[in-house]
Design a protein around this ligand. Sequence first.
Ligand code: BGC
Length: 270
Amino acid sequence: MIVKTKKLQGQVAIVTGASSGIGAGVAKALASAGAAVVVNYSSSADKAEEVLKEIKGEGGDGFTIKADVSKEEDVLRMFSETIKRYGTVDILVNNAGLQKDAKFHEMSLEQWDHVIGINLTGQFLCAREAIKEFIKRGVSPERSLSAGKIICMSSVHEVIPWAGHANYAASKGGVMMLMKTIAQEYAPLKIRVNSIGPGAIRTPINYAAWQTPQAYNQLLKLIPAKRIGEAEDVGRAAVWLASDDSEYVNGITLFVDGGMLLYPGFEDNG
Ligand code: BGC
C-alpha cells in the first residue's frame, strides 16, 4: 500500500469559479491536501491571483485560468492547458455558479439562460471533458484508487423549492440528475461523481442574507445548527469526496448545511 503524507498528493484538480466564495475555499482546501490546483475564474483575475498566491504561500502549486464554463471552446482550452501543464486531471470541482433572481412571472429569458448556462450547461461541459480524460488514463494506483473524481457543487435547493429563484432551483435540480446519471454511467470505469449540497454559506452570492444582524437572525431560523456555514466547511467535505477515503461513495449529495434540510420550521411547531 502506498502511504501518502497528504491525501491528494500528486493529483491535479480543476476548480471552476475558484476566485471567490465556496470555490476559493475548496481550491485552498484541495491544495492543502496536496493537489495542484487550477484556479478557474470568469472575470476576476485579481481575486483568482490572490487565491493562487495563498496556495503558493502555503507551499502549494497551481495556476489561474480564465474560462467561461458555459462556452465550449473555453472549457476545451481549460482542459488542454491543464493537461499540457500537468499531464492529466484527477479531480474536477464543478463549482462555478450564480444567481439571477426574479419573480417567476417577471423573469427574463436572459436571466433564465444565464443561470442554466453557467450552473447546468457549464457542469455538463466540464464533466464531459473530465470524463474523457479519466477514461483515457484509467486507474493509476499511485495517484488514486479511482480513475477520476467529479464533485458537482449543488445546493440544498436541489430539493428545497425556492420562490423567486426558479432558474437557480431548476439548475440545481438538474445538477442532481446530471450527477446521478453520470455516476451510474461511469462507476464501472472507477470514475466517481458526487455532489456537495451547501446550505447558507458566508459568500458574496448571499451577502444580503447575512450582512446585517436582522438578516442574519432571520437566516438562523432556517439553520438548526444556529450558525452560517463557512467556505472551509465545504472545503473539508470536498477533500473527503476527492480522496480515496470515500472510494466506495458514488452518486450522493453530501449536504453541508447545518441541518437546513431538517424542516427547521418544525422545531417549535406542528
Ligand atoms: C444559495 C444561497 C442560499 C443558500 C440557502 C444556496 O444555494 O446560493 O444564496 O443562501 O442556498 O438558501
